[in-house]
Write a protein that binds this ligand. Sequence first.
Ligand code: ZN
Length: 689
Amino acid sequence: MNKWTTLLAVVLVAACSPAEAPQEKLAQAGGKPGPVPFKVSADRFADIEVLRYQVPGFEDLSLQEKKLVYYLSQAALSGRDITWDQNYRHNLLVRKTLGAIIRGSKGRRDSKSYDQLLTYAKRVWFANGIHHHYSSVKMLPEFDAATFEDMLRKTPTENLPLRKGETVDELLATLIPVLFDPAVAPIKVNLDPDVDQLATSATNFYRDVSQAEAEAFYAARINPADPRPISWGLNSQLIKDNGQLVERVWKVDGMYDPAIQHIVHWLKKAVKVAENPTQKAWLQKLISYYRSGDLSEFDAYSIAWVEDTESRADTVNGFIETYGDPLGYRGTWEGIVSIRDLVATKRIATVADQAQWFEDNSPIMDEHKKKNVVGISAKVITVVMEAGDAAPSTPIGINLPNPNWIRAEHGSKSVTLGNIIDAYQEAGAETGFHDEFMFSDEEKARYKAYGSLAYALHVDLHEVIGHASGQINPGVGTPKETLKSYSPTLEEARADLVALYYILDPKLVELGLVPSLEAGKASADRNIRNGLMMQLQRLAPGDDIQESHMRNRQLIAAWVYEKGLPDNVIEKVTAGGKTYFVIRDYDKLRGLFGQLLRELQRIKSEGDYAAGKALVETYGVKVDQGLHAEVLARSKPLNIAAYSGFIQPRLVPIEQEGEIVDVQIEYPDNFAKQMLDYEDEYAFLPVEN
Ligand code: ZN
């Protein structure tokens, strides 16, 4: 649950100056043909920009390391169909149909309807399904059902994903309401507390099961007194069979077997080239868990994984984050493969080494402080491959494992995705989005000088210190149990507040992490203008904020703005018909961040649902309509994509006499082609599972 998504990254990318794109500069400088510049931006459609990232250091890996990373990447790509099916039961059918139409349309591509279909297909590819990857609302095509039917009927029948005995008419009868009827599966994850969240969510995690039934099912299994509870429901679909609730477990020989078989195949190859016995052991435990589906084996794997702090290569492969389940039990499948960034890891390690100091000096109540902050391991990684829930939209920071007891007893791994952040910064260098919402030249200069560093440090502090800090009172259940659907928003807000509080602390200067507190001010500026204005750019007029991270950011910014009004801590300025929020007193603002942090920690420690709900509903959900309209109007000329994600590199094994002698890395630049290639190479699941 502790993951920074692209939201912040997208909004923050304007951090660096063009000077930070060295290759580009090199190519332009002399007028002579230089190295071909690596173009980060690759595609732009709807509200999406597709980018590319590089993998510096890949060529320097040993052959054994390259093979390891290659096998892990194959294991990651092998699971992507699982994510599609989890998101919605008809997603694979939609994807295969769209792919078939696009492939079968050679010679007929020069039309408005084809362009509209391709755009829709790209949106679906980007979201791993028909629901928007971020808002979770169903995306409707720009073309109509008759046009779709016409294009489908012109597609060679043998290319269509027809099930045994199924006719084209029957396929159309299934697909047309799925694509075009706004009342069918309107939202993937509905967190409205006043309705049955399962009945109203399109997610495929449950079938014919009411929220009350599912909650009762797990209430009967979860023992709140168990100090080491397994993650109930994490790796299964919950269905009704003859009136009885049954879990269909995702494992070898279980649900999703064809994809999981491939994952295990590649993981077994990875075991053979593991860097060291520790890494080998957790890879073997992961395989064993995929075979048994036993969640206690998943915990054993997670413990072995978190204790491996030495290996150069790493992977996350499994059912991890539970945002996709309104009830927060079931994990969406994801795969990430990475190598350690040795230089940047030094910076984050400096933060991590001070974890106890940060805990001791935190504004939270003494009884909520950890006496011994255990095993925070932090690193910056270079991503090599992402798949499933982690792609094309990617996190920029990860903090795992999720179970609180493992974190308390064995620590957690905190990971910043360095090359992803770099790619965002390059892509956003010249958008002008931040400039539009900055009031003074001072603020602009500060952003230019320190924006990049402040951003990286904010991520470090959020992940390494934020999520790891604080403790829950004895006898109080997990936040998921006590704070329910408000838990993700409150947890992200808590971690952000730790970062905001400390980034303005002179301690960071003392540690040599920042040259001055100007970096902290740049971070505060950014969070206020983003939380109160910029992020509204991604909402449609009239919408409430649904997404946890967006709720968290508005909650913080709106709360400190309101509480600071008597002292004019943040001033709402109108100039030239434009609104700006200008911080007038950083010391008092830091105090307010501390106050809110103290309250959020109390809510988590005591499991105070009513207080948590009130905070989120009061400050995090409703949008100031006038301000929203203004943000939309000011953003429009900038043509900013609200979201971005990535094309993946391609690893190509070079073989001689059946042996891999090298692995080369390529950087494809055609998003649609990569998606169609994946359809050929990694489509392991049938359309119905
Ligand atoms: Zn987080």
